[in-house]
Design a binder for this molecule. Structure first.
Ligand code: ACO
Length: 373
């Protein structure tokens, strides 16, 4: 019998990592030893990406080179643009990134001239471009240029997605959000990437597995579900009443709870501040108060706290980002963590292949089709 406590591999040490620590008590998240509060408060997303993938923070000259390198990778091959133009308007943008990643793997395969560091940088720059290109093609019938000139990936994405100049508060929020979403130890999508990498397959296959895993509503998809939930209510009182009904029916409230954290998600307060600030700027009197009331009810009724996804949803919403683009934003950030883990897995590889407890029928004799009637 599998122990209920370890179902879903909960609490199982499935390997070693030098990339990230997540404390079960909920007070600490560190990337390569640096606290998330310090990184979110003082480092750009590009610095964090470099830290995760290369192991140390860059010096200013290394960072400048890194930014320039990432900028040079923003353009997409025309064959990939053609594929993006053929993905239906109705497709989920996560499927766009999954397909785009796979297609890029056929055009620029891993090999002697392209190692995993080069592909990590390429995907980091190409994901925002893929998303914006596909989105604007279907929304406006435009084939947008992908050379926005913005120094940061966050600015480049907002500029490419929305056109015109980028509001500084929005750019800063997105930068912080990308830092918060960049890495989280052996979460489901990262573990999927490591399992895939452990077969010695190529880098793109590992990342494609990870994107598919992140898409689900129990993982990255929760930010979209949280927005759908918050937008259902016209007032905090209505939210309180309905959330209580949902809880009485044992329904899951998306954006709450966590497999590892038991008291709080240290990323939540950081993004909550941005959600509050952007709500004020937008003159909102419903969305943010509703979100805060849901938080209060969840704590009072279930002792459950918001995870990073809950307040990311209104923060993105106030940047006029369409809800189905929320989980893809997570991909744009988490590609850094996935890349770091694939590289780490390869450095000391062992095929990941657990065992299972068999609960099916006991041994029985095969009966040929003719005798089965
Ligand atoms: N709403 C209501 N009840 C919840 C919630 C929730 N969001 N989360 C946990 N619970 C309850 C469960 O119903 C269960 O109650 P029970 O013991 O009475 O049956 C208990 O808390 C334990 O929940 P599990 O789902 O078994 O805990 P697990 O560790 O497997 O789940 C998970 C963690 C999947 C994140 C869960 O909290 C959940 O489904 N949350 C909503 C989805 C979500 O927000 N996902 C994002 C996670 S963070 C990220 O990926 C960035």
């Amino acid at each position: 019998m599998v122990d209920k406590k370890t179902e879903g591999l909960a609490g199982i040490q499935a390997g070693e990592t030098a990339i990230c620590t997540v404390s079960a008590e909920g007070h600490e998240l560190r990337y390569r030893g640096y606290s998330i509060q310090e990184l979110a408060g003082g480092a750009s997303f590009e610095e964090v990406a470099y830290l995760l993938i290369h192991g140390e923070l860059p010096t200013s000259s290394v960072l400048e080179d890194y930014r320039n390198r990432l900028k040079s990778f923003r353009e997409l091959p025309s064959a990939l643009k053609l594929v993006l133009e053929n993905i239906p308007k109705t497709a989920h943008p996560m499927d766009v990134l999954r397909t785009g990643c796979s297609m890029l793997g056929t055009l620029e395969p891993e090999g002697k001239t392209r190692d995993h560091f080069a592909i990590a940088d390429r995907l980091l720059s190409a994901f925002p471009s893929m998303l914006a290109y596909w989105f604007r093609f279907w929304k406006e019938g435009k084939r947008i240029a992908l050379n926005s000139g913005d120094a940061s990936l966050a600015g480049h994405f907002l500029h490419s997605l929305q056109g015109g100049s980028v509001e500084e508060a929005r750019r800063q929020m997105l930068e912080v959000s990308l830092v918060l979403y960049a890495e989280h130890e052996f979460n489901a999508s990262t573990f999927a990437a490591r399992v895939t990498a452990s077969t010695l397959t190529d880098f793109y296959s590992a990342i494609t597995s990870a994107i598919g895993t992140l898409r689900g509503s129990l993982h990255g998809g929760a930010n979209e579900e949280a927005m759908a939930l918050i937008s259902r209510f016209r007032s905090p009182d209505e939210a309180e009443k309905e959330i209580k009904v949902m809880l009485s029916k044992k329904e899951k409230i998306m954006g709450f709870g966590h497999r590892v954290y038991k008291e709080c998600d240290p990323r939540s307060d950081i993004i909550k501040k941005w959600a509050r600030e952007l709500s004020k700027k937008a003159g909102d009197t419903v969305i943010y108060p509703v979100a805060e009331r849901i938080e209060a009810v969840m704590w009072r009724e279930k002792r459950l706290f918001p995870n990073v996804d809950f307040y990311s949803a209104p923060a993105y919403h106030f940047c006029d980002i369409r809800t189905d683009l929320f989980t893809p934003l997570f991909v744009m950030a988490r590609i850094t963590g996935w890349a770091a883990h694939v590289i780490e897995q390869r450095a000391n590889n062992k095929l990941i292949r657990p065992a299972a407890t068999y609960i099916g029928p006991s041994a029985r004799a095969f009966v040929p089709l003719q005798k089965r009637g």
